[in-house]
Design a protein around this ligand. Structure first.
Ligand SMILES: CC(C)(COP(=O)(O)OP(=O)(O)OC[C@H]1O[C@@H](n2cnc3c(N)ncnc32)[C@H](O)[C@@H]1OP(=O)(O)O)[C@@H](O)C(=O)NCCC(=O)NCCS
Length: 168
């Protein structure tokens, strides 16, 4: 593999090399009084699945810099499964965006529903904790191109908020 002095691949990678599928069984300890999974628990799983995808893509440690577009569309009940799919959808210089989609599964019927979606920005760090270049993502399919455009919109929105002083 062609790499620079810090081990970054110049050739780029496809998202299937790092994508993550994770399944959790929702237990009573994960739920609120309605028997629905807690939003915070889902956020933890989302962060974890996305962090694994980012680390796999970079082959080095990445930290969460932002979580955007997080939605809770449907509840997941105690006894149901939460399936998470995390995929790198866009790379910058030292950062990358991972899309996570969550589905519920009722094991008695096999019915699945989309319950959440989120976009997480990670920054790749070197051993001294400084941002380092990420391997470029090779975007191939129309779906991947659309996801990458969405990720760029998220990044541009954040940069313009920074420019206007709305965020630091
Ligand atoms: C994320 C962090 C490393 C960025 O450090 P920094 O010195 O501000 O980095 P830079 O300004 O050089 O930016 C580096 C990259 O990160 C991106 N970035 C920085 N802050 C960001 C934010 N809040 N949201 C999204 N992207 C961000 C920049 O756009 C840049 O991307 P690019 O190189 O692809 O263009 C730093 O803010 C940090 O350590 N935050 C805490 C992370 C953490 O503890 N997470 C929770 C546990 S994992």
């Amino acid at each position: 593999m062609d790499t620079d002095s810090k081990g970054t691949s110049f050739k780029g990678k496809v998202s299937s090399e790092s994508e993550v599928e994770m399944t959790e069984l929702v237990l009573p300890n994960d739920a609120n009084v309605l028997g629905n999974v807690l939003g915070g628990r889902v956020m933890h799983w989302i962060d974890l699945a996305a962090a694994i995808a980012a680390h796999r893509h970079c082959n080095s440690i990445c930290v969460t810099a932002a979580i955007e577009g997080l939605s809770f569309l449907n509840p997941i009940k105690v006894g149901q499964l939460a399936h998470l799919k995390a995929r790198v959808i866009c790379t910058g210089k030292t950062s990358l965006i991972v899309k996570v989609v969550v589905y519920s599964e009722d094991m008695n019927t096999g019915a699945r529903k989309k319950t959440s979606e989120a976009y997480l920005t990670f920054v790749n760090l070197d051993k001294d904790g400084n941002p380092k270049d990420v391997p470029p993502l090779l975007v191939q399919t129309e779906e991947e191109k659309a996801d990458c455009m969405r990720a760029r919109e998220i990044k541009n929105r954040r940069v313009s908020k920074k420019d206007t002083g709305e965020i630091e």
